[in-house]
Unconditional design. Structure first.
Length: 151
């Protein structure tokens, strides 16, 4: 195989999500609703990666993600790299980072929390990005970002 040959075909316009931990590739697909799109989506999994061991890559034609979608993505797979493609060229590249505050993304695991008993958005403060510790704004219960349930 030619070294310059790409593992996954190039796209004209859209977004490439790269450096997804391999085990999270399909969770990212579901989270972003990619199975419901009518435009082409290319998924690769278990590619070698110096950064994460084995990685997944998703190329989505004609789709550019909103900040809200990217915030949701950061919960499932922080530190993935998004490349915005226009006319076959990368015009922007950014690493997804977990924001300091997550609003309406994660469910509180405290059954007595007001967010589980009233129609309102959850609000979590990210207290430790390294460990992935979240704290509910309303009940102060801490949760591990790797074990959360999305709203």
């Amino acid at each position: 195989m030619n070294k310059k040959e790409r593992l996954v075909a190039a796209i004209e316009n859209g977004t490439v999500i790269d450096h997804i931990p391999a085990a999270k590739t399909y969770a990212v697909m579901n989270l972003l609703g990619l199975l419901d799109l009518s435009s082409p989506v290319t998924v690769g999994c278990n590619y070698p990666s110096k950064k994460v061991g084995k990685k997944g890559i998703i190329k989505v034609s004609d789709k550019f993600f909103t900040d809200a979608e990217i915030s949701r993505l950061s919960v499932v797979a922080p530190n993935v790299v998004l490349s915005i493609i226009r006319d076959y060229e990368v015009v922007e590249k950014k690493t997804v980072e977990t924001p300091d505050k997550l609003v309406g993304i994660v469910r509180c695991n405290n059954p007595k929390c007001i967010t589980n008993n009233e129609p309102m958005n959850t609000v979590f403060n990210v207290v430790d990005k390294e460990r992935g510790t979240l704290r509910c704004h309303y009940c102060d219960k801490e949760q591990d970002i790797n074990k959360v349930e999305l709203v």
